[in-house]
Ligand binder design. Sequence first.
Ligand code: GLV
Ligand code: MN
Ligand code: MN
Length: 418
Amino acid sequence: MTPTTFTQDQIASLGARAETMVNSLGTVSAEPDRLVRLFLTPEHRRAADRVAGWMRAAGLTVSEDALGTVRGRLDGPGKKRLLIGSHIDTVINAGMYDGPFGVIAGILAAEHFHAKRLTFGIDVLAFGDEEGSRFPATLSSSSACAGIFRTENLQLADRNGVTLADALHAYGKSPDDIAAAAYARDEAAAYVEVHIEQGPVLEARKQPLGVVTAIIGQTYLNVEFLGEAGHAGTVPMLLRRDALAGAAEAMLLGETLARETKGEVVATVGRIAVAPGATNVIPANVVAIFDIRSGSESARAKLVDTVKAGIRGIADRRHLGLTITSPREVATTPCDAQVQDRFADAVLALGAEPLRLGSGAGHDGQAMAKLCPIGMLFVRCRGGISHNPMEYANPQDLGLAVAALIGFIERFEPEKLG
Ligand code: GLV
Ligand code: MN
Ligand code: MN
């Protein structure tokens, strides 16, 4: 297919439409003063319905699978389909671009091909669980599409004790249908995603777009300390078994060990639960989730082992019970070389430099890579800020990203993928 030559006006118009849609989804929140849109909530339902409406208006046939992924389908003459997606769930107190822009870019690009003849079909996918902000596992929706959903995750509970299985039922879904959400391997030609960079590299290099080489690997450690509740005024310090003091020591150990890797590994505890959670009661039970990431599999594995050993030592010394499980373990995921090159061609054709860079954030492509080759296009965001309401990408860059995705689709040849 002859690639489209975009005028500045067309790019500006795509960018303006994308920005309007991003702002529209940004109002769909559980709270009036900040953006919170968690998996399988009424807000997720409202966002999914809005996205489905946009897909229909773009000429796509809409369905929804057992994990709530909204799918907009454009049929081609053959069985092969290019999957384009991102997520519509958010972190707590989120920005508006992380996830939604990728779905919107897919819809605007698919619309471009509605009246044209491609040799393959397109599915635009709006996943509902990339952030893992509700249940202590992530990528549930893309894992179902990739056929790697872990059924044991159905028993994971949110902060209110609602299990994923119960939440799915309340959303009108049945876990029995999860297997049917998986794509057939000979159907999925590739999965691609457009996403804001969430880091500072493109801005520093003064480039609007970047081609992703690989997505960083990640381990979650769910660490539970068991101590003993007691009166905060009467139990002497040396006789206490304080689960929170143990967890605090473990968190500092994780930070120290990650710092010692000099940038090779990062470790974060962003969520802890303390019980009973009263000011005058010695904490009896603490769960802390360690998020450990690295571009190097061996460096991550080494740090995970060292952190676990250190935590065991802390628990022994403090006479605390301890369980460590890993609800999430995702390998560093390379992006397909051919997909990277076609994205680079499309970026170059728009007069930008196709800078190559890795992703420090996790993405649905990590699950989809178990199904088919994957690739990603990054868009510059202001100050590299993400997971923060200040998140922003300018409409000109958004328009370029949609144009680059269209250019990629025009250059994409499923039969040439290794
Ligand atoms: C998702 O944004 C993640 O990297 O955790
Ligand atoms: Mn994201
Ligand atoms: Mn995110």
